[in-house]
Every structure is written in structure tokens, then in C-alpha cells.
Design a binder for this molecule. Structure first.
Ligand code: CUA
Length: 156
């Protein structure tokens, strides 16, 4: 058997250890912390968004005891509704779409970070652990009013 130089062996072992560490981190994030990627929950023609449920009535509602839904519509340059109130300690499913162009949806201090494509329903579940006010911002450049495209999420 060919002799493997010592430093090469060391790098092989180091790579193997790193692989295991990265896999463990991924597993911990997915199963331990419950981090999941936002899902694409459906597609509506952008011009039909405002008359398609649930986007015809944006806002926060309790869909079953202890489970909430926050429906939000993005357009240049604002969110409808611009301010939402969500309960602390109960799962909230965000369902958001855009009626015109690409926008972003980032709730400061949380891992809620979505890209909003016209007519595509972006969905993410999140549970607020503490009461507080969070700034909501559009983080995809969307034109002249981009910097003013903000809102508020109040957990109470
Ligand atoms: Cu909407 Cu930037």
C-alpha cells in the first residue's frame, strides 16, 4: 500500500471531522431548533390577488384554537395591513404575496425572512416567544419608495 504523507492524512481526518460537524449543525438547526425554509404555497395571477381568498381579507385571524394565520399583501410601496398584532407563544402562519413586483419581507429580531414574488404565496410558520414590537421591512430593492416600505409586527 502506498504511503500517505503525514500532512495529507491530517487534512483527510480534518475534512472528515468538518463534514460530521456540518451535518450535525444542519440536523440540529432542522430538528432541534425547528428551522425550516419558507415554502412556496401556491400561485395566483398577480392581478387576481386582491379578490382571491385569503388575500381578499388581509389580516390576522385564529384559524383554530391556538393557531393563527397572518395574511399580508405587498405592493409598491407598502404592506396591507401595515401593522399586525400577533399572540405570544402560539404558532402564526404567515401567508404573503405581492401584487406587482418582487418585494422582501423581513421582521427584525426574528428569522422571518421571505422573498415575495408577484402572485406567489410565500408561507412560513413562526412562534413569537416574547412580547414586543418588531420593525417589518422590505429588503428587496423595489424602486423609488423602497426605503419607505416598512410596517410593524406587535407580539402581545
Ligand atoms: Cu418593496 Cu423594497
Amino acid at each position: 500500500m502506498a504511503k500517505v504523507p503525514r500532512y495529507e492524512k491530517a487534512f483527510l481526518i480534518l475534512s472528515a471531522i468538518m463534514l460530521v460537524v456540518f451535518l450535525a449543525a444542519l440536523g440540529y438547526a432542522a430538528f432541534g431548533m425547528g428551522l425550516h425554509l419558507p415554502t412556496r404555497a401556491g400561485q395566483i395571477r398577480p392581478e387576481d390577488v386582491s379578490r382571491t381568498p385569503p388575500f381578499d381579507h388581509p389580516g390576522v385571524r385564529e384559524v383554530e384554537p391556538g393557531r393563527w394565520e397572518a395574511v399580508i399583501v405587498a405592493r409598491a410601496w407598502g404592506f396591507t395591513p401595515p401593522e399586525i398584532r400577533v399572540p405570544v407563544g402560539q404558532p402564526v402562519t404567515f401567508k404573503i404575496t405581492s401584487v406587482d413586483i418582487v418585494h422582501g419581507f423581513y421582521v427584525d429580531g426574528t428569522r422571518i425572512n421571505l422573498m415575495l414574488l408577484p402572485g406567489q404565496i410565500s408561507q412560513l410558520e413562526y412562534t413569537f416567544r416574547r412580547p414586543g414590537e418588531h420593525l417589518l421591512i422590505c429588503h428587496e430593492y423595489c424602486g423609488a419608495g423602497h426605503h419607505a416600505m416598512v410596517g410593524r409586527v406587535i407580539a402581545e
